[in-house]
Design a protein around this ligand. Structure first.
Ligand code: SF4
Length: 243
């Protein structure tokens, strides 16, 4: 017997978790509507993930820029940045629940370095996916807003905080790299505020928001010369015309 269930994020899955003997013994099961049946689905367990796309390319941004990596883009994000360049990732229901075993074996065919991005990958339990990737001896990186609980095993944790849904404390503590997107002047103030919350070893980057880059890059260059703890990160993949 299969039920369409809806998880915390509204993602629907065809999942069977109750066998017939459980159903016959359960006094309230028949009274529950589908929407009230909130049970752990394969997606909630991280055994399947809403996969938007996966591709082999170069990391364009931040500390690892220029290195080849296999990108796994997970659907789902409710952070709502108005300048987001992957808005099609926001609705997880648009992206097929995909078995992590398949994601992992595809990744291994291309690269030893994987970047998990989104969307917001930490909306989902990343433990099973990252454990599977680590079993294959892969380097596993994440790009996250940090707005959801940290799960998973990460060799590199890139935190890109957003003003409208701030990171949780665990994300600041875990960050290897802080990448603040600069869309306007106030983002320099925000960047300093965020830098106070990460470890002393965390690498600090300012990255111009793509649509406003011509205006912001000169300001960023001046800012980094004045405050050299920061470095500039550019979306080099967009200059290279690669994904
Ligand atoms: Fe887009 Fe990332 Fe902001 Fe989500 S957190 S809205 S994916 S830029």
């Amino acid at each position: 017997m299969t039920f369409m269930v809806q998880n915390y994020h509204g993602y629907e899955s065809n999942i069977l978790f109750f066998d017939q003997s459980f159903i016959s013994r359960c006094p309230i099961f028949g009274k529950l509507s589908k929407k009230n049946i909130r049970m752990a689905s394969l997606v909630d367990q991280g055994i399947e993930l809403p996969l938007m796309e996966a591709f082999y390319t170069l990391q364009g941004e931040g500390y690892h820029k220029g290195g080849a990596a296999y990108f796994i883009r997970i659907g789902g994000c409710d952070v709502g940045c108005h300048w987001c360049d992957v808005k099609e990732s926001w609705d997880p229901k648009l992206h097929p629940a995909t078995a992590i075993d398949k994601i992992i074996s595809n990744a291994k065919d291309y690269s030893d370095t994987v970047v998990v991005t989104g969307g917001e990958p930490l909306m989902w339990d990343m433990q099973p996916l990252t454990a599977g990737l680590k079993d294959k001896s892969m380097n596993v990186h994440i790009e996250t807003s940090g707005a959801y609980p940290v799960s998973g095993i990460w060799d590199w944790f890139c935190l890109s905080p957003k003003k409208n849904k701030l990171p949780l404390e665990a994300a600041y503590l875990r960050a290897d790299e802080l990448k603040v997107i600069v869309h306007n002047k106030d983002d320099f103030r925000f960047a300093e505020e965020q830098a106070e919350l990460v470890s002393a070893e965390c690498k600090l980057y300012l990255q111009p928001e793509w649509s406003n880059r011509d205006k912001m890059i000169p300001m960023m260059v001046d800012y980094v010369m004045k405050y050299p703890k920061w470095k500039v990160s550019l979306q080099t993949h967009k200059y290279l015309n690669i994904p």
